[in-house]
Ligand binder design. Sequence first.
Ligand SMILES: [Zn+2]
Length: 271
Amino acid sequence: MIRVFVLSALVCVAAFTVRAEVPLTLTGNAVEGGLMFGKTNPDSYVAFEKKPVEVSANGDFLISFGRDSAGTRELTIFTPGDARVELIEVADRDFKIERIDGLPKRKVTPDPKAIARIGKEKKEINAARQETDAVPYYLGGLQWPAMGRISGVYGSQRILNGKPRRPHYGTDIAAPTGTPIRAVAPGRVAFVHTGMFFNGKTVLIDHGLGLRSIYIHLSETFVTAGQQVDLNTKIGAIGQTGRATGPHLHFGMTHDTTPVDPEVVLGPMPN
Ligand SMILES: [Zn+2]
């Protein structure tokens, strides 16, 4: 795994003028699929690539880098009477190509009835993604939600029964059906579904400031929408509901609309 963090500061020196620099701390990984945890003055306006970034009452914020985001990215912080610009070099990564054959044809090329159902489910889950709490629940800690063999990685291009599909935006953790799943971080349950076409039993959690996690193919769900969870809450159990060829947890993390790589955000899974 590539773990690169390059942060080049753009320093403006004005002769005979002493300016208190806008405070900023930034931790995490500036790499494709990475996430960075920022903190600045609470009364700041923060923009990343010229788009507004939500800032908590304590000055916490997040920025993220998509699968194909390598290059120089601009973070700007405006506080009353001052501004700071950071240029962030996002490192490139290579993603693998994954071929999966032998899936039931109707799960690869859905029939019209299935397409209608998939569309309805997509609307439901997207509605749950419209809101995020302005509270950085994720500061309560991050953990792997379940342990097991990593059977699928973030960013891989999947070819299902010979047909190219969107990249795989998550980490697959293979473990026996019934293995308990805990939330990756404290948060608020945003969505629970008992049987989506592709995802099967699904839980979506909001960790604040646009950070979300999703858990799919579950055999059981133990939480309800609106419920607050912490690191100890059992939210569900591993299964193979929906489009899955064996019992595993598909675990995804997103920041706003950007899928990020759990293996980059959490680091290697402990043994
Ligand atoms: Zn998966």
